[in-house]
Design a binder for this molecule. Structure first.
Ligand SMILES: *Cc1c(COP(=O)(O)O)cnc(C)c1O
Length: 385
């Protein structure tokens, strides 16, 4: 056995090279000539550390191949801009990551793409929104920030019946909870910046799907649009993935403690966690989620004063955006702000949103701390205001 075979590294290795020694018979200069067995050439095309992450993500999602991007938004843009062209129609969850809503509503129409935001929690609404030009249905489940769920199998049936593709943003669920490809999705998308990295210190995104479907995405969206993942970020995310299962078990357990505490607190009007029987879609959660994840959303009515108090006095929590980190994070979104700046909800959809969460939502990303510390601090926040 050669020395390098006997002494393989037990942790992922990092290759930061931007280019690789190659041979004129092995690879062409144009991305259009790229073949699946081409050697490494230039790191925006592919890179060994990023490839190790892509392989690991494909395994976790039960897909053939993975494709990494510089951020979750880059991965979603890649799906939108490769699957849709002028004259096509997109159906989108009316409540989803605010950046995705803004991309779809503000930017895609500039390219001649029609967009219908609908309540994807109701398959009949989705079926009614289908047009002859519908090419893509994009859903997020659980949806940021109100934790409304979408039935992926039902979406897949609608997509198949109209010849559209289905993409699922599974960032809040993680592959520990849900395998969208097995439920009929064509693409599963993750912001790697959240639970998959898990430590809040790297930004990345990924798509997992069939190898034949991802090859054109690699050429068009990765190589030409250019938002490739840095090998350093890939390495941090690979390291984070080593503890994904253990972390998700603790996130879920702690979220259950926090959700039950909030639900029983007299100041709290609504509490949502998919693992709790009071979640309006708890039956769907039980069918579709093998882990209920660590996100809890609650409402106290108008929560701006409470948000200010939390920002000033939090110790165990941080008042911060993002989610899926070891440390607990809490953030307030006023309904009036998000529905006008991001979702542009029409009266019926606005009434649905307000009915779900009222004038504002506190989104809690429950971390890995001792849950007693978490409910003690939440109790102090709530008793003060
Ligand atoms: C954070 C997030 C995104 C965007 O990911 P970035 O890595 O921040 O670009 C997309 N979808 C969901 C559900 C998210 O939580």
């Amino acid at each position: 056995m050669a020395k390098d075979e006997k002494s393989r590294a037990v942790s992922p290795e990092i290759v930061t090279a931007t280019s690789f020694h190659t041979h004129p018979d092995l690879i062409g200069f144009s991305a259009n000539d790229l073949t699946s067995d081409a050697p490494y050439f230039y790191t925006r095309w592919s890179n060994p550390t990023v490839a190790a992450l892509e392989e690991k993500l494909a395994q976790l999602e039960g897909g053939e191949a993975g494709l990494c991007f510089a951020s979750g938004m880059a991965a979603i843009s890649a799906v939108f801009l490769t699957q849709l062209a002028a004259g096509d129609h997109l159906i989108l969850s009316e409540v989803c990551y605010a950046g995705v809503a803004e991309l779809a509503i503000d930017i895609l129409p500039k390219f001649g793409i029609a967009v219908s935001p609908v309540d994807t929690g109701d398959p009949a609404e989705v079926a009614a929104a289908v047009r002859p030009e519908t090419r893509l249905i994009h859903v997020e489940t659980p949806a940021n920030p109100i934790l409304k769920l979408t039935d992926i199998a039902a979406m897949s049936a609608i997509a198949k019946s109209c010849g559209a593709k289905l993409s699922v943003d599974s960032t809040l669920a993680t592959p520990l909870a849900t395998r969208p490809l097995a439920l009929g999705a064509d693409f599963v998308i993750h912001s790697l910046s959240k639970y998959l990295c898990g430590h809040g210190d790297a930004i990345g995104g990924a798509i997992v799907g069939d190898a034949a479907a991802l090859m054109p995405l690699r050429k068009e969206a990765l190589i030409h649009h250019g938002a490739c993942l840095s090998p350093f970020a890939a390495w941090l995310i690979l390291r984070g993935l080593e503890t994904l299962e253990a972390r998700m078990m603790v996130h879920e357990r702690n979220a259950g403690v926090v959700a039950r505490f909030l639900e029983s607190h007299p100041r709290v009007e609504k509490t949502y966690w998919p693992g709790m029987a009071s979640h309006p879609q708890h039956d769907l959660a039980r069918r579709q989620m093998a882990n209920f994840s660590g996100m809890v959303t609650f409402s106290v009515g108008d929560g701006l004063d409470l948000a200010r108090h939390i920002a000033d006095s939090a110790a165990t929590f941080s008042y911060a955006v993002s989610l899926g980190k070891t440390k607990s994070l809490i953030f307030y979104t006023a309904t009036a702000d998000i529905v006008s700046s991001s979702y542009r909800l029409q009266p019926k959809a606005l009434a649905r949103y307000e009915d779900w969460i009222g004038p504002g939502a506190f989104r809690v990303s429950v971390g890995l701390e001792d849950p007693v510390l978490l409910i003690d601090e939440l109790g102090r926040f709530l008793d003060k205001v």
